[in-house]
Design a protein around this ligand. Sequence first.
Ligand SMILES: Nc1ncnc2c1ncn2[C@@H]1O[C@H](COP(=O)(O)OP(=O)(O)OP(=O)(O)O)[C@@H](O)[C@H]1O
Length: 344
Amino acid sequence: MPGQPSHDGTETELAIDAQDVHVTYADGTTAVRGATLRVERGEFFGFLGPNGAGKTTTIKTLVTLLHPTDGSVRINGYDTVTEPQAVRESIGYMAQETSIDRELSPRENLQLTCELYGVPESEREDRIAELLDLVDLEAVADTRSETFSGGMKKRLDAATVLVHRPPVVFLDEPTTGLDPEARLRLWEYFERINERGTTVFLTTQYLEEADQLCDRLSLLQDGQVIATGGPEQLKSEVGVDVIDLRLADATDEAKQHATQVLQRLDAVGDATVATTTGGVTVRSPAVREAASEVFAALDDAGIAVESFDVRSPTLDDVFLALTEGSTEESPATGVASLGTEVVQ
Ligand SMILES: Nc1ncnc2c1ncn2[C@@H]1O[C@H](COP(=O)(O)OP(=O)(O)OP(=O)(O)O)[C@@H](O)[C@H]1O
């Protein structure tokens, strides 16, 4: 909800203001090394990175479950270390593991959460009805949750996060492991809560998810933010175009051969070449101009191309360009996932 006053009565600009955050665990592992995140009220903000990049550690620090070893975090104007209670009252946090009670129905789960958050009794019934409607669970409102699909449990979990009407919600990989249909329904729900004015901070491994939903996003690698911007801005800044080539012979050997041929090709300049399920992908600023030379070089090497696609970059390409990946296995089509794509 934009324009929420901070605790000292002044208008604060930012929903999330994390400055140069470092987090080192007790065993000496430094999971976050200087993350700065500034999220405006009402934004839908994405936080992307492969497994182990430090997303969960960062989100736990933002929601007061971990203290930064260095740096500072203010959420809705409150400091996470000196005012943790005020921060908690002003946020919703959906962890990776669902926190609903499976023995209880959606209505009972929401009643319990209302009690925990001290929602006035007179408001509970309406609030619960509104949330059940929001996540499309009215029809099963009084059914025990243990029978629900993964997607339904996630939707209920997401509803419990909103009972106290927090201006900011933190969602830690909410769609991981869900089938595409369940994922799409959750996306709709997240869009709806954002349209109502809630600031959303979403961590995800799914680039398509971030591309679809987020106003802006930060890419995280090895505990460091390597880029921040709108999806289109990041794509244009990376300045590459892409050719996806499907090879007639898509064995590992043939793909490696094609990779070597293309890496030697001067015409594609400073290209990155990655193998995909069906062939190879070339990312380069010069790729459109060099397309005919790409085909000629492959032909000369006796490599048959079954089909190809010259396209603009996706967020997947942005990430690979920024991390200077050159030989990663890339799905190139479908829902791209950093988790499967970037070999650290
Ligand atoms: N409690 C802990 N103690 C020590 N190291 C930890 C702890 N939790 C996480 N780590 C390490 O910190 C790094 C970042 O982990 P984190 O879970 O924050 O990454 P992530 O991006 O959320 O990954 P995932 O997508 O797998 O959840 C990893 O190297 C991880 O092994």
